[in-house]
Design a protein around this ligand. Structure first.
Ligand SMILES: *Cc1c(COP(=O)(O)O)cnc(C)c1O
Length: 379
């Protein structure tokens, strides 16, 4: 027996492959290199036994919503929690996208915007970023929006994978160009310190996305939130799954908000390590690196895919390979790790880029018994 095909748009999609290859050191997913701070771990541990596992979660995460509202200086009605920021991206497309509707994106940028748009048969309009600086072409974007047929527009700032910020005045121009919903993805806000949240008072068509996955070491629990006008939040609430945010994640999220200051040392360290990593990459001959306001750095190197493979196979370090992605020829992205991890990555990269071509450098290497055993295990 056969099964009848799904919608054509689904048939053409590829399943997202987020599988992490076996490696000692993952610097590819923009996760925090650090676990939760001790006071938070202690509170989680002491509450585990009496936790209300058997009950359905509060659909709107009322307690967490209140705490986040207070922290951000907005009302609870301005906030919606999601199963990771990802769910809120999908919810936004469910409500504002769909057949016959259009979404504007600025590639190279976060791939999920396009993936969810395609899933929901939404037309994707692209205005590429500057190939050198990755700056957004605001004039072209505002002109395109003012035609009036774009329903939704995604602005990622700092942009993943380039790490570059979009200026507030440019976002204002997008907000003013039409009544399209302007979705400002601030997944890396805690590293940039820059937000357009004050614009929420002036604009009905603004949504801001935040996540607990990056700065707050909670990628595994899936928690993100949107900030918008109550009307926009109410619309998103109509399309979401009622119990998408599980009770344990809600509780952990509350603890994160309450213990926010305990994350500061790690955040400061990641920011200073980012600058150290940037300077070191910049000083390395043959590497072009872009300044970043996030917790990752995009860099370009000759034979990038080969460098990526050597880092993985020979050094056990997994970075993100964008070398064959449009607009990112020969680019790799490394997540800022702990000082030790960053040191290990820099050493490995310098070694891989050592004398001669990569291939000959590799072939000339004197076999090291431990490394060879590790290589064998990878094959
Ligand atoms: C990581 C990320 C998100 C959200 O991730 P979640 O883990 O689903 O919260 C959203 N946008 C960008 C650009 C990201 O890099």
């Amino acid at each position: 027996m056969t099964v009848r095909p799904p919608r054509r748009a689904i048939k053409e999609l590829q399943a997202y492959d987020g599988a992490i290859p076996s490696s000692d050191l993952v610097m590819a997913a923009n996760e925090s290199p650090f676990t939760l701070p001790e006071p938070l771990l202690a509170r989680l541990e002491s509450g585990m036994r009496d936790f209300a596992y058997r009950c359905y979660p509060d659909p709107l995460a009322t307690d967490l919503r209140k705490k986040l509202a207070e922290q951000n200086g907005v009302a609870p009605e301005n906030i919606l929690l999601g199963n990771g920021g990802d769910e809120l991206l999908l919810d936004t497309l469910l409500a504002w996208g769909g057949p016959g509707r259009s979404v504007l994106v600025f590639p190279p940028t976060f791939s999920m915007y396009g993936i969810y748009a395609h899933t929901l048969e939404t037309q994707v309009v692209k205005i590429p970023r500057d190939s050198g600086s990755f700056a957004l072409d605001v004039d072209a974007a505002a002109a395109r929006l003012s035609q009036g047929d774009v329903d939704l527009c995604f602005v990622d700032t700092p942009n993943n994978p380039s790490g570059t910020l979009t200026r507030e005045e440019d976002i204002v121009r997008l907000l003013e160009a039409s009544d399209a919903l302007i979705f400002v993805d601030e997944a890396y806000f805690e590293f940039s310190g820059v937000t357009v949240l004050p614009l929420l008072e002036r604009f009905d068509n603004l949504v801001i996305l935040r996540t607990f996955s990056k700065a707050f070491s909670l990628a595994g629990l899936r928690l993100g939130y949107a900030l918008a006008r109550p009307e926009v939040i109410a619309t998103l609430t109509k399309v979401r799954m009622p119990y998408s945010v599980n009770a344990f994640s809600q509780w952990a999220g509350e603890l994160v908000v309450e213990e926010r200051s305990a994350f500061e040392p790690a955040l400061r360290l990641i920011r200073s390590e980012r600058e150290r990593l940037y300077s070191a990459l910049d000083a390395l001959g043959g590497v072009q690196v872009w300044p970043s306001q996030a917790n990752y750095l995009l860099f370009r190197v000759a034979e990038a895919h080969e460098v990526w493979r050597r880092l993985l196979d020979d050094d056990g370090i997994y970075v993100r390979d964008f070398s064959s992605a449009p607009g990112l020829t020969d680019c790799l992205r490394v997540t800022v790790g702990s000082p030790e991890q960053n040191g290990r990555f820099l050493q490995a990269l310098a070694d891989r880029m050592g004398s001669g071509t990569l291939l000959s450098a590799h072939d000339k290497r004197v076999p090291d018994p431990i490394l060879s055993a590790k290589e064998a295990a990878h094959e």
